[in-house]
Design a protein around this ligand. Structure first.
Ligand SMILES: [Zn+2]
Length: 183
């Protein structure tokens, strides 16, 4: 039986199927790695299994295909002339799912960065990586500050509790000195 699709078509379809390894995402990963960022890939434990997870910076990154996720105003998001309703509905569902995932992640204290595929084209890659890197670092600073605040607050409460305990013991000692032990 002859092949119904060309090799190039097959290649394209396979690259879409194995979406976790599409080229734009890999390009971004490599660039971030080169800048010294360390990350996990496709973490299934987090909502939406984000493409790139940077725990140290409490940041996740999704690389979105401009068509499938409906990149507004992008030339790569043009609704097909046939089956228009079908495609519009499909993209809208994806967008709704994206927003739901985003909300869940933010509720868990994660910062979410969306990078569109068109932003990873060769001519725009450098600029995009610079933006993304700056945002990751800013998120990391904020995350560290929050952790530091939580540590300080815990320490403050610990000292307060110790003080209260010491005061209570001192009072009890004074009472038993005054009236003697009833036991
Ligand atoms: Zn786009």
């Amino acid at each position: 039986m002859p092949d119904l699709i060309t090799l190039a078509q097959r290649h394209y379809i396979m690259s879409q199927v194995h979406s976790s390894n599409t080229k734009p995402e890999v390009k971004l990963r490599h660039a971030l790695w080169g800048l010294g960022f360390r990350y996990r890939v496709n973490d299934k434990r987090l909502p939406g299994s984000p493409d790139i997870v940077l725990p140290k910076y409490r940041t996740v990154i999704f690389v979105h295909g401009c068509f499938w996720h409906g990149h507004k105003g992008c030339k790569h998001y043009t609704v097909p002339k046939t089956n228009t309703d079908f495609w519009v509905a499909k993209v809208r569902r994806n967008q709704e799912r994206d927003q739901e995932v985003w909300r869940k992640l933010e509720a868990k204290g994660w910062n979410v960065i969306i990078v569109w595929e068109c932003e990873l084209k060769k001519s725009r890659l450098q600029e995009t990586v610079a933006h993304v890197s700056a945002e990751i670092k800013a998120n990391g600073t904020l995350h560290q500050q929050r952790q530091e605040e939580r540590r300080t607050e815990r320490e403050r409460r610990r000292i307060e509790r110790a003080k209260e305990k010491a005061e209570l013991e001192a009072r009890e000692k004074e009472i038993s000195k005054k009236y003697g032990s009833v036991r």
